[in-house]
Design a protein around this ligand. Structure first.
Ligand SMILES: [Zn+2]
Length: 417
């Protein structure tokens, strides 16, 4: 069992020592004197919980910047889906690795993914040491062959490390039928898997759902038996008061994706009402082609600014948005992580307090949410191991080269049509 002892690091407003043994924090306090495999000097540094990205599409990092200034429907149908149809396994692998590299460098240790080719994403996650909830995605417009393949995959799940969990990810109410939703809900409950879907993202989605089923998307999914504490719903912008109460009473986890919502012009998340009604809420970046990065720190700042410009400066305080991005993301996916405490899974960021963006430091969290950027992160620890140390991620150059090659293959294929 490997151990790490971090000495004299700022934690909870005072210098402390932190001992990690295996993949857990085992001792936190002053003057811990224990032999360890690795001794870290924590002076001029702070230890804080890392990010848990509750909704993304990792390999879409390869489509960064390929389609701008469009609403969701046209963006998906005219740009994204035709490009995705050309992506091969090696492209998805290169895209997933590029995404994970970016996530590690910006302080994220977990992501919840909704995309294609689960084995390729599992491979990238296992190799790079991050945590992930990897979704088996269902989108009926892709054809029954893909649906059958997904269902077969769920019947015989692969062995993975404890860092990986499989989820079921029906894409949305406009791409998945009632029968398939019900079938997936039954499988999820039988196998104790989380269901993760897009919900109530645009006005168009709401209008179309009412026209088709005489019910809004939230009411429709409740009618189909989808909503429960094991359901994660991304976006949830267009929900009325009754629907917010319903989502709270069912224990559903909402994921706020402010950058994507603003960029696609989807609408304003109801932060003030959601806080007041005490819904479960986490934060996510969504995919790289609607954000266009995977930086959860930036997402916190933009979530807070959006709430303030819409509701007033007292809404979505620093500690609250930080909790959405950290502890709540871990809780949404059942991880015993997201806070630095004895017995918890050893995930943490070491922040450089001498970075110009962290000075002066009247309030660490306020600097972290509003002032910092990724360059303030010295090191990233996940599951008791360094994923980045002193700003370096092993294999970074190879990952970037592979992503450039995959993107140029994709561009060539796209131009040939
Ligand atoms: Zn999404």
């Amino acid at each position: 069992m490997k151990s790490i002892l971090i000495k004299n690091i700022l934690l909870d407003h005072k210098p402390q020592d932190v001992l990690i043994e295996g993949n857990r924090f085992t001792r936190i306090g002053e003057n811990i004197d224990s032999p360890a495999d690795l001794l870290i000097d924590g002076r001029d540094k702070a230890l804080i919980p890392p990010f848990y990205n509750a909704h993304t599409h990792a390999a879409m990092s390869l489509l960064r910047g390929c389609a701008e200034d469009m609403p969701l429907t046209e963006w998906l149908q005219d740009k994204i889906w035709p490009l995705e149809a050309k992506m091969q396994a090696e492209d998805l692998y290169a895209g997933a690795r590029l995404a994970i590299l970016e996530m590690i460098k910006s302080g994220t240790v977990f992501f919840s993914d909704m995309y294609f080719n689960v084995p390729v994403t599992i491979r990238a996650v296992e190799e790079m040491g991050i945590r992930a909830a990897i979704g088996v995605t269902f989108l009926e417009s892709n054809g029954s062959k893909y649906v059958e393949r997904g269902l077969r995959f769920l019947e015989n799940l692969p062995e993975t490390s404890s860092r990986v969990q499989i989820t079921i990810t029906p894409h949305a109410v406009y791409t998945v039928s009632a029968d398939l939703f019900k079938r997936l809900a039954a499988i999820a409950r039988e196998r104790s898997l989380i269901i993760h879907t897009h919900l109530a993202e645009t006005r168009q989605e709401v209008q179309d759902c009412i026209a088709a089923h005489d019910m809004s998307p939230v009411r429709w999914l409740d009618h189909l038996g989808l909503l429960g504490p094991d359901t994660v719903a991304a976006h949830v912008i267009h929900a009325d008061d009754y629907e917010l109460d319903l989502l709270r009473d069912r224990g559903v986890w909402l994921v706020h994706n402010p950058c994507s919502n603003m960029k696609l012009g989807s609408g304003v998340f109801r932060s003030a009402e959601i806080i007041e009604k005490k819904l479960n809420i986490a934060l996510g970046t969504d995919g790289c082609s609607s954000n266009n990065n995977l930086d959860m720190r930036e997402e916190m700042k933009i979530a807070a600014l959006l709430a303030k410009v819409h509701y007033g400066s007292e809404v979505l305080k620093v500690d609250e948005v930080f909790r959405w991005a950290t502890l709540n993301g871990a809780r949404a996916y059942g991880l015993d992580a997201g806070e630095i405490a004895q017995g918890k899974l050893a995930d943490a960021l070491i922040i450089n307090l001498n970075d110009v963006r962290m000075l002066p430091c009247y309030d660490l969290l306020s600097n972290w949410v509003y002032s910092a950027d990724s360059s303030c992160i010295d090191s990233v620890i996940c599951d008791g191991k360094f994923l980045m140390q002193g700003g370096k991620v092993p294999g970074e150059e190879l990952i970037k080269e592979a992503a450039k090659k995959a993107a140029s293959r994709l561009a060539t294929k796209n131009n040939q049509n």
